[in-house]
Design a protein around this ligand. Structure first.
Ligand SMILES: Cc1cc2nc3c(=O)[nH]c(=O)nc-3n(C[C@H](O)[C@H](O)[C@H](O)COP(=O)(O)OP(=O)(O)OC[C@H]3O[C@@H](n4cnc5c(N)ncnc54)[C@H](O)[C@@H]3O)c2cc1C
Ligand SMILES: Cc1cnn(-c2ccc(OCc3ccccc3)c(C(=O)O)c2)c1-c1ccc(Cl)c(F)c1
Length: 458
């Protein structure tokens, strides 16, 4: 990194949290020549294959792909590992199904990727940089952000080690210890919301032929109002099935019979796919996990500390954007490092001043989806609106991009996606009034509104 022809001294940066976002950020900073020390509470997940306590697979969309492209990993992650999902495969209550493609014209898709595979790939890539050091089994237990001091406890020996750095990056997730320290700072705003739904992961094994038991190129959704089931495919021909349901309902289902009756009533076609025995085993072997939405700002303390990923903005998973949003943090941060030539004061100030509006937008969108989804898919007006969206997207693709497509298939700032949707809603409302006005005009004038005008007026 050069300024006025002089090479900047590399920065000494500590990243707390070697999950998806922290391990990606380590690559971005290493590429810029800085010294990176990555501290991770858990063991090196490359030695422990099972993903515990979080979704086993995730939907990777355009924002996340762009961030992986920035460190040369998109091709390997997407083409060699990701499973493309070209649309939604909706399972009705009666067991019938229908497909809503994301964009049949351009074959847009999101990718199902394994969480541990992706995390391991990012950690493996960091081995290429001699300026990256990784410390696993290190838990952050004390922080002095003003001075840039951190105390870690080695979980295997309980010894503590103190480190200091030019910059501390907190990518330690929704329950961030770095954020906890930041909350002591004046003018730090924070809010969190636990939703009444929890989630539990189940599994659909391969069929007797070793192949997928359902069409693998889709995100499978069983929308049942207050309960939702989704399934994303895995490379080993299994499906990770996630049940979203109020904790109260989870607690009600306390016997095998109640479980089978519940699935028989709401997800009957999923029972033979999962298998009764496996369903009972998996459902009662664990417990539903909570879902929390966290908003805070600013994301930094002077030129000493910065939050990214879920530590900065945990969102409910009803838009499949949490990781994509955290990865987008890394893309934006890298652009700011370039723009401000590693001047931390300017980088951190601009990141906090500009990023919040977009992460608040996707946080609200995901929460809106959570609330709306429960009856959205069963309400005719939702399906009607989706068909209008899809029709106008087909008719005027450069003018009318449905909200989900703009979020998942473009890098448009999330806040702009929301503005577009609000404009579309306004047009449709005016269109409807225009249409009803035209119909009224028809009736009064005894003439029929020309179809091509009326159809555009919807
Ligand atoms: C059910 C579910 C489904 C989801 N589906 C999707 C999806 O389809 N698409 C999508 O984009 N996102 C999805 N997400 C969101 C996604 O999982 C998160 O946004 C993403 O994992 C955030 O990454 P992160 O690195 O910021 O945090 P995390 O993945 O939580 O990583 C934080 C890391 O910090 C470590 N850590 C924590 N505390 C300390 C400490 N004190 N000291 C040291 N290390 C510490 C942890 O061990 C962990 O490794 C989903 C989430 C859930 C719960
Ligand atoms: C993991 C992941 C990745 N993307 N999505 C997602 C989100 C919203 C969507 O649209 C709004 C809508 C879809 C279904 C019903 C009503 C509205 C669509 C879509 O349209 O395909 C896809 C999810 C997801 C996550 C949780 C649940 Cl519960 C879920 F259903 C899907």
């Amino acid at each position: 990194t050069y300024q006025n022809g002089r090479k900047n001294k590399p920065l000494d940066i500590v990243i707390v949290g070697g999950g998806l976002v922290g391990s990606l950020e380590a690559l971005y900073l290493a590429k810029r020549g800085h010294r990176v020390r990555l501290y991770e509470y858990r063991e090196d997940i490359r030695n422990t294959p099972t993903a515990r306590g979080r979704s086993i697979n995730l939907a990777l969309s355009v924002r996340g792909r762009k961030a992986l492209r920035g460190v040369g990993l998109e091709q390997e992650m997407v083409q060699e590992h990701g499973i493309p999902m070209v649309g939604r495969y909706i399972h009705r209550l009666d067991g019938s199904t229908y497909i809503i493609p994301y964009d049949s014209r351009t074959n847009q898709c999101i990718y199902s990727v394994g969480r541990n595979f992706l995390n391991s790939l990012l950690l493996k890539e960091s081995e290429k940089y001699k300026n990256v050091e990784k410390y696993f089994n290190h838990k952050l237990i004390n922080t002095n952000l003003q001075k840039g001091f951190l105390t870690f406890q080695k979980t295997q020996t309980n010894e503590t080690v103190e480190v200091n750095a030019d910059l501390i990056i907190g990518s330690d997730g929704a329950y961030s210890a770095v954020r906890k320290a930041m909350m002591k700072e004046p003018l730090f705003d924070y809010s969190q919301k636990y939703i009444e739904h929890g989630y539990m992961e189940l599994c659909i094994p391969p069929g007797d032929d070793g192949e997928f038991q359902m069409p693998s190129q889709y995100l499978h959704i069983w929308p049942r109002g207050n309960f939702m089931l989704i399934a994303l495919p895995n490379q080993d021909r299994t499906w990770t099935v996630t049940l979203f349901m109020p904790f109260a309902k989870f607690n009600e289902i306390d016997t095998d019979e109640k479980l089978l009756n519940f699935f028989g009533k709401y997800f009957s076609d999923a029972i033979p796919l999962i298998g009764k025995k496996k369903l009972i085993e998996d459902f009662f072997s664990g417990s539903a996990l909570p879902l929390v939405s966290v908003k805070c700002r600013p994301y930094h303390v002077k030129d000493k500390a910065l939050l990214i990923g879920d530590a900065a903005h945990a969102v409910v998973p009803f838009y499949g954007q949490g990781m994509n949003c955290g990865f987008e943090d890394c893309t934006i941060l890298d652009e700011l490092f370039k723009k401000h030539n590693d001047n931390l004061k300017n980088i951190l100030n601009e990141f906090s001043a500009t990023r919040w509006v977009d992460v608040f937008a996707i946080s609200d969108l995901a929460m809106y989806n959570y609330v709306e989804m429960r009856d959205l898919v069963t309400r005719p007006s939702y399906l009607f609106r989706k068909s209008i969206d899809d029709f106008l997207f087909w008719l005027i693709p450069n003018l009318w991009v449905p909200l989900y497509n703009s979020v998942s298939f473009t890098n448009m700032p999330y806040s702009q996606c929301v503005k577009n949707r609000q404009f579309q809603d306004k047009m449709l409302k005016q269109g409807v009034s225009l249409k009803s006005g035209l119909t009224e005009w028809d009736e009064r004038s005894g003439r029929i509104c020309p179809d091509e005008v009326c159809s555009l007026a919807i």
